[in-house]
Design a protein around this ligand. Structure first.
Ligand code: PLP
Length: 423
């Protein structure tokens, strides 16, 4: 006898919707299992960099040979804040490097930084004793992974940026402080730096302004440095990291090439760390130990920062230059612009006056085996009314060079066809 799928709760329905994040992860799965040739320019997967992998594999082999290290990684639950030695190493590293006053009590580990954002956003925003509170995103477009994390609807308010047209083919989004309103219902400000999807790196001045805006309103500033310093340090311009007791800094081991270890690192005042630990205890007892085990010694010895500076950053910078050159060739003569690629590993393409929405161009590209992300996913709140959101695509340049260049070549054909009005 066949049975019916049970009816889902409000929570169940909310977290099984067809979200941008689900589309992205489903594309990744589809591309991996597809029989034909696929150009995967869509996902957020980091590149496989042989020098980095060799270091991680050697470290893992050392752990496998050492019974104590193995037991610590696999044979015991860490406290809900995460492995103590690793948290102390993070605090010491950041304190020494940037002069921040930190101890292990300022550091919590989570199952990837995605989980940290789920916990933080719902800790600070949503329904509370004083009514609904929201997270303000001062920059749009912003990381798609935030947008469906709320237990409550309308968790985000976002402000349009100013668009600065630079020498072709580049442009840059800047925080429009003149238009930014921190209303009484804003619980925190959050920004990714470097930004996914655009590769923007907010300037030190913009960060200082956001910091003082947040302090002035008595709300925290959440900085998502998944691509930033101190590791993996994928930024190609000078950018000073900031932390103080009003900042919640979110780091990750993923973009070092270790996304499967699911390790997020939150650096914050003690009360926030304690709150995260309490929520982790309820949800999963304790975080994964593997990231702490694999990266701990490398972090404490300075090898991780050296790897970031000497291998990982230059790798992505040279891949970025190749991808920009490829796009310049394949789109020559069309009205394209690229967000100035200052960090992360994405190119954000603006096709001004595109006669079809970017979601349709995305589907056409998918039919030809090229996976990108349509820009419309990255504009929450008021961004939905902005025609600009339907003129943009995000391309990752982290995959094999020949995959990226072939994908960009096909993209060029489809963009020309779209501008020419071809059905
Ligand atoms: N923040 C940004 C800006 C990202 O691009 C990503 C992943 O793509 C994450 C956070 C989440 O990464 P993880 O959960 O692997 O740490």
């Amino acid at each position: 006898m066949t049975t019916k799928c049970p009816e889902f709760s409000t929570f169940g329905r909310r977290f099984t919707r067809r979200t941008g994040a689900l589309e992205l992860m489903a594309d990744l799965g589809e591309a991996l299992s597809a029989p034909g040739r696929i150009q995967m320019l869509g996902g957020g997967n980091p590149a496989r960099i042989p020098e980095a992998e060799a270091i991680y594999r050697a470290e893992l082999a050392g752990i496998a040979r050492d019974p104590e290290a193995f037991a610590r990684m696999a044979g015991s639950y860490a406290p809900p804040e995460g492995d103590l030695d690793f948290r102390a190493a993070v605090a010491k590293h950041l304190g020494t490097r940037y002069g921040w006053q930190l101890s292990e009590r300022n550091v919590a580990l989570t199952a990837g930084s995605q989980t940290a954002f789920f916990l933080l956003f719902n800790l600070l925003a949503g329904h509370g004793p004083h009514g609904p509170r929201r997270i303000l995103l001062p920059m749009m477009p912003e990381y798609v992974g935030y947008l469906d994390l709320g237990l409550d609807d309308d968790l985000f308010v976002a402000a349009r940026p100013a668009i600065e047209r630079q020498e072709p083919p580049f442009f840059k989004y800047r925080v429009d402080f003149g238009a930014l309103r921190v209303t009484g219902d804003v619980a925190a400000i959050c920004v990714s730096r470097p930004t996914n999807p655009t590769g923007n790196v907010l300037t030190d001045t913009e960060m200082r302004q956001l910091d003082s805006l947040a302090r002035g309103h008595g709300i925290p500033l959440i900085i998502d440095a998944a691509y930033g310093p101190p590791f993996p340090g994928i930024e190609f311009v000078d950018a000073t990291p900031i932390w103080n007791d009003n900042v919640i800094l979110c780091l990750s081991l993923s973009k070092l090439g270790l996304p499967g270890l699911r390790t997020g690192i939150v650096v914050a005042r003690q009360e926030i760390v304690e709150a995260l630990a309490a929520m982790t205890a309820v949800l999963s007892l304790s975080p994964n130990n593997a990231g702490a085990a694999l990266a701990g010694r490398l972090l404490a010895s300075g090898e991780l920062s050296a790897l970031s500076a000497a291998v990982i950053r230059p790798y992505y910078e040279s891949r970025m230059r190749e991808a920009v050159a490829c796009l310049g060739d394949s789109l020559a003569g069309t009205a394209f612009r690229i967000h100035r690629p200052e960090g992360a590993f994405f190119l954000w393409l603006w096709l001004e006056g595109l006669p079809m929405p970017s979601s349709q161009l995305y589907r056409r590209l998918k039919q030809r085996g090229v996976f990108v992300l349509s820009g419309h996913h990255f504009f929450p709140g008021a961004g939905a009314q902005w025609p600009h959101r339907d003129e943009c695509l995000r391309l990752s340049y982290a995959q094999q060079p020949e995959v990226v260049s072939e994908g960009i070549r096909i993209l060029g054909e489809e963009v020309r066809r779209a501008y020419a009005g071809g059905g």
